[in-house]
Design a binder for this molecule. Sequence first.
Ligand SMILES: [Fe+2]
Length: 401
Amino acid sequence: MSKFKVTEVRPSRCKNIAEVFWEDGHVSSFHTIWLRCNCRCSVCCRTIVGQALGERSKLPCQLLVSEATIHDEGAKINFKFAPETDHVTVMTSDWLRSACYCDACISGMLDEREMKFHLPSESQLPVAEYEQLDTDKGMFELIGTVFDRGFVVVENVPREDGSVVKTGKRMAPLIGGVCGEKFDVVDVQSTEHAAYTSSGLPFHADQCIYEAPEGILLLHALRFDDVVEGGNSLLVDMFHVIDILRKQSPDDFRVLSRVPVTFSTIDYNAQLPGHVITRKPIISLDYDDKVVGFNWSPGTEDALRVHEDDVEPFYKAYMRLEKLINDPKNQFKFRLRSGDMLCINNRRMVHSREGFKRNGGVRHMQACYLNIEDLRSKYMVLGRKLNRPVVAPKIGNCSSI
Ligand SMILES: [Fe+2]
């Protein structure tokens, strides 16, 4: 039984477009070349992943509607396109409607995946329980919170060395990098990295030095003694502040989406020697002009090397965005307790740490990274299994969908 029924198909005047009229009043326009390339007949339609479809380069340059007939009470349409004589292009109505590319349908597709912003002053800290990981329902809800809010504090994670890795592996595959599989964030008065001292850290996303920074950051508080003063965690939703910038100062927004910054970590003498470098704008936009990603990491920025005309506009725009990030109104601020594991969408949120005084105590975090696309995949699969279907949310991986 089809959900959508076609009532009429009308070729355009030049016959390179088929106008499809639907029972619910919607009207779609499909180009003949699009219909032919997406034919659902048993020869053309892919039945398994990776299967080769017909060679598109063998199709005629121009196809014109010569015949369009509706079958099965509006559930199926057959097309013939001249000059082809031997092929019937088949479309099922539900599939065709799901793929409609009119402006309204594209907007609908993007809007239902869009992130919803939460003001720190108007929302509670998102929390979850470690035990949730034991059930599909608990895991589904925990992941859902990460994607809805950008982060979640998982309470009562066993305080054992490597717990963060064991817990992470239950959620999604781990990703290593210049930090290794797991790393300890503890004050060792490092001369290599500010994270391994007791000083405060500026807001940043981890690993902007890579073409694709790691998606999920897990930070497990193995030990955070009460006697330690300071050391609060801070988070800012970059998609939210970029949205504010776009509305308040569209010119600055454009500059930051165009002018590239160089991010690097180059150290041949470090414990794990490395040379990783990339150059990209702070704001990533897609085909539809949607913000789909960001790069913000003052601690790994190199000197700006761009066209002379871009230097002053860049710093003006940069400062404006930095002010928004540093505005306490936009910041979630909280203190992790021993056993808490902070799970952050590193492609959406920037994080920071206040400086701390040990006072004879210990602040010891263990951290690792997870693949964010696999985590979303798990969320979708669990949703289906639990009969709680959800639309795949936008996650900040430089894609709207
Ligand atoms: Fe970090």
